[in-house]
Design a protein around this ligand. Structure first.
Ligand SMILES: Cc1ncc(COP(=O)(O)O)c(C=O)c1O
Length: 472
């Protein structure tokens, strides 16, 4: 693509024949995008259109209808993604300085919420499935152990499903937490399509206090559209809603809100039929991918997860002599298939109910052809060992202290002032206020050698540099 104005580039790209195995879930199918001539419908809070921040009329009706559909106490549309929903939940559910337990594989926005509310995080490390280098489910036992060890913990924040589709047993976790008066917030950003036959059930039905879903990721809805559900005896709803209001524009887009409304209505009226059809198609796709000899379609073992979202096609490259990044390049440059994300050992292809069967045929054919060109090789990359963080300062303190830049090797033993992570998926190797251990430095080098993008470092000509605390 030529470099040019964004509009031009968008038009050129979207008119070309790239096959979208990534977000958003509407997959640019006009059938699922009723507002295709968007500018004609772009209004603001004019007469008869209510006020998002103090809804009494049409917007209140939308929220009430959503709550009824999702069987929550309150469901509020979000026009700034799950990110603002997660931050609002974390700020609204906990008091400044509270101790919370969070999964280490939480999204960056959870870390942002922890920072903004000055919370003290404790971490749970889900077991690492080392061949794949993906995190498995979070066990209720792990949570119980952490709560026994740190009795001041006020609540838990975890991601279910994970980016790769692994679902934890939310019911068991919610029951355990509620017995101790602790709040459960579930980042269900990738699970907006849950609750239908053939797919996992939603956390809101399984007892979580606050659940945040990105409609745009897996359902036919525009980018940035999301929803926060509240159903709790422990959470002060008005407090959460105050933050929902603060972290969003005072001019929320009516296009985005209309897209949410249309998406929910589609699911209410046709959801069961659409999802049934989608589920069957996915079963066929997964079965047909069973012929791959070197590439591997991820299908979880019992111990990996309580449940699994088959909508994610995670294709492993560890027995194929190439990296996930290489598979990404082959799919994109030879077949014009855009994957959602590429990692060291796999790529993620995101499907949705808006996919056409033609897209699936094309993908299956491409993967089989690629597979036939590959040779079996022993696991190409050394497995990465997971290592526990050593937090000395909470992020809200560390991020406001004086820093200095040192060469990566010289950072050993110092306190990080940055989030260092591989993107995607954005799970931190280091959080501000944590000791930079040698294992972390080695992991960073290994990821870079494999061609992954490590964010939070300064790549200068002579060496890699890292920002650490001056007095750390
Ligand atoms: C697990 C998870 N949570 C939250 C988010 C943030 O969602 P959004 O893009 O809707 O703000 C993402 C986005 O990539 C995610 O993967």
């Amino acid at each position: 693509l030529e470099k040019g104005r964004l509009e031009q580039r968008l038009i050129e790209y979207c008119e070309d024949s790239y096959v979208p195995f990534h977000m958003p879930g509407h997959k640019r199918q006009l059938e699922f995008s009723p507002l295709s001539e968007i500018a004609r419908y772009d209004i603001t809070e004019i007469d008869t259109f209510d006020n998002y921040h103090a809804p009494t009329d049409i917007i209140k009706q939308e929220f009430d209808r959503a709550a009824e559909f999702y069987e929550s106490d309150k469901s509020i549309y979000l026009v700034n993604g799950s990110s603002c929903g997660l931050i609002s939940a974390i700020c609204g559910a906990f008091n400044r300085g509270d101790e919370v337990l969070m999964a280490r594989n939480c999204h960056k926005s959870v870390y942002n919420g922890i920072y903004l509310n000055g919370l003290k995080p404790h971490y749970i490390y889900p077991r690492f499935i080392s061949k794949w280098m993906i995190y498995s489910q979070i066990d209720a036992k792990q949570i119980e152990y952490a709560l026994d060890k740190n009795p001041n913990i006020k609540g838990v924040i975890l991601t279910s499903p994970t980016y790769e589709g692994i679902v934890s047993n939310i019911k068991e976790i919610a029951d355990l937490l509620h017995k101790r008066g602790c709040i459960l917030i579930v980042d269900e950003a990738h699970g907006a399509h849950f609750g239908y036959e053939g797919f996992p059930s939603s956390s809101i039905k399984n007892g979580a206090d606050i659940v945040i879903q990105s409609l745009h990721k897996t359902l036919p809805s525009l980018t940035q559209t999301a929803i926060i559900h509240l159903k709790s005896k422990l959470v002060d709803y008005d407090r959460v809603l105050r933050y929902v209001s603060m972290y969003q524009s005072t001019s929320p887009s009516y296009l985005l809100m209309a897209s949410i409304s249309s998406c929910i209505e589609t699911m209410r009226v046709k959801g069961e039929a659409l999802m049934m059809d989608y589920s069957k198609r996915l079963d066929v796709v997964r079965k047909r991918l069973g012929v791959l000899k070197h590439l591997t379609l991820y299908s979880p073992k019992m111990e990996d997860g309580f449940d699994y979202d088959k909508a994610k096609l995670v294709i492993g490259t560890f027995n194929a002599g190439i990296s996930g990044n290489k598979l990404h390049d082959i799919l994109l440059y030879d077949y014009k298939i855009q994957v959602e994300m590429a990692s060291l050992n796999y790529v993620i292809l995101m499907t949705s109910l808006a996919d056409t069967w033609q897209m699936y045929e094309y993908l299956i054919d491409a993967l089989i052809k690629i597979d036939n060109t590959l040779n079996f090789k022993e696991n190409l990359f050394a497995n990465v060992e997971d290592f526990e963080a050593n937090s000395v300062l909470v992020p809200a303190v560390a991020m406001n202290m004086a820093t200095t830049k040192v060469k990566l090797n010289a950072a050993n033993g110092k306190l990080s002032s940055e989030y260092v992570y591989v993107y995607p998926p954005g799970i931190p190797i280091l959080v501000p206020g944590e000791v930079v251990k040698e294992e972390a430095i080695e992991a960073i080098k290994r990821y870079r050698m494999a061609g992954l993008e490590v964010i939070g470092l300064d790549d200068k000509e002579d060496d890699l540099y890292m920002e650490v605390l001056l007095d750390g």
